[in-house]
Design a protein around this ligand. Sequence first.
Ligand code: GLA
Length: 740
Amino acid sequence: MPITPLDERGHRWAVTTPASTYVIGVEIDAVTGEATPLQKYWGPRLSVEAARQAATASGGPATPAGARRHVSSFSTPVEVEELLPVDGGRRWGSPSLQVSFDHARSLELRLVHTRVLDEEPGAERLDVVMRDAHHPFEGVLSIRARDDTDVIERWTTVRHLPTGAARPVTIGITRLDSGSWFVPDASAYRYSGVFGAWAEEFQLQRGPLPVGETVFTSRQGITSHIANPWIMIDAGEAVEEHGEVWGLNLAWSGSWRLTTTHRPEGGVSVSAGFGHDGLRWTLGPGTELVTPPVLGLYTGGGFGAASRSWHEYARRHVMPAPDEERPVLYNSWEATEFDVTEAGQLELARRAASMGVELFVVDDGWFGDRDDDTRSLGDWWPHRKRFPDGLRALMDGIHELGMRAGLWVEPEMVNADSELYRAHPDWILRMEHRRRDEKRHQLVLNFARDDVRDWAVGWLDELVTELGLDYLKWDMNRPFTQAGWPERGAAQDRLWIDFTRNVYDAMSRLRRAHPGLRIESCSGGGGRVDLGILRHTDEFWPSDNTDALDRQTIQHGFSQVYPPGTMSAWVTDSPNISTGRAIPLRYRFHVAMAGALGIGGDLSTWSAAELSEAAELIEQYKAVRRVVQHGRLHRLAGPPGQARSAVQYVLGDDVVVLVYNPIGNAKRGPRWLRLAGLDPEASYEVVRGGDAAESAPGRLVQGSRWYGSALMGVGIRPAAWEPVGADYRSDLVALRKIGP
Ligand code: GLA
């Protein structure tokens, strides 16, 4: 089993995953009795005997006698190696746990016990239970490991133990991270993460990790477009298919903070948790607060292997319906914006259905008096002028065309110009004597309130039931401002936690009531993409930018952690409505085929030739989508969207490769594309050779057979990569393993 004791006292443990080991030990100070849980090792898998050596060999607060490394009254703090460095004692770093008792701070924790719990089959959990030396405060550090993933889950629980005292102490919490992780000594430290903005999400950034403390955060109440709550660290040597990588990922969809501490003499810690600086949570007697999980992953196989492990973990342990194939979707937003009518939508639906679309989603504009973005959020009944008889006829029409039906909703929002706001002005996030700042003319409902959540679940449930909806696109179009809850007084910062939890809860209640319902997570594009919301949703809308070239960069960043099957990707019109860039239909399709394919263009303007080319490409996609959505992803060749690149997927015996060349006549760059992740000994037959008619060395002629070793060693020579011809050439190639 994954968690093995390394000593008799239960102070040292080895946490073993298929390819990694994580060794921890609780050090007890002989003089003060203080308990300090430390990370002793995190890296390639060790035998139990080797883990025992790691547990005793590594550093920790007790510097081995004679080592005398920089010993002075300013001695270098060791808290970067702690699993949960507290604000207390001789620590000066960024705390993972900061607690105040009335007017005192500084935690002094004692070990109560450690215990291992059997959970679901294949999973074990270790709890390290500690209490403050004086105050009725308990902190539990939990670690879960599973036998089918290298991802280790950690979280923290804090409790105000009931004492029956007439005047209980006030326990205030200003920092409560899920856990801190230590990346061991290396010659250098480099971080990778994704950063961006609206319409420019998931820009992969990789660079040296500065010495000192670096903070990545969202203070917006949502995950944000600015940064995504994960980081990968390597020694500057990892590449796509090789090298050691340590990754951390916070499964949370509200505000968050991830702090890296790079000690000048080496060693890096990453502490991650919900909430942002300045928030304060009070813990009443008998209550507890549990953090979301922070996930840690070690791999020796480069960034590609890290991504594949995250994808596999998400499919096995996060996604609600991982075995399904995502249907080909149509969304009306770019085609009609707010001009949603029954006739117009049905006309689009007929065209979509004839192309092979399987799910038709009506976007914003179907409710209240919603003719633009200034009004009606909150008034979730069919637009009276446009749908005087309701939406049933439209939804039935979509179903009769053989498609599933979906609707756009934005349950956490309200426009000041709405019946809801006029009836419940107190339902929004607000602070006494402060303005109510609008963004996109909207205010944020206080979803932390149970009555607001119940109201949303009520109308959503009715809508889904009455219209027979199969799908909701759940949007969230602005960050929090004046985020208060006056009725809660000093305890109002809890809304930053309870808001997100109630969003999760609303989604899971809807899913329980409607087991066939699928949900897309959208927040003005990719503002709420994370492993927290993925527990309750099926697809992400990564960006409002649907330009295929920009999307390649966005998809590259997105795919670092999130599985291709969750990545909704639409083919829209050319020139693109936001960038004005013209790109051939085929290239737009091949980019969108790298995820869950959708169509988002104005089909009423597509020519007969375009519609039939689209239908053919949709059919091709359906033939390979299981491999794309569920397969092991390999990102190959140059920077996507800028040079010749490819994405390859392997599922069982099937291999699919999407090849791109945005700059047709570039003389530089590879001509041969070396595949990855194949069985070198096996033969592969070309099932779809791409569109190159002529036979040339390396061209994949349909029916030809190649050894895996040749495909990986020599490579293939895609016609689309030849440095002659037009810009935006692309291709789809499929192979199948046929045995040795
Ligand atoms: C957000 C979404 C878009 C669209 C609009 C509708 O911006 O990201 O896809 O749904 O809202 O108002």
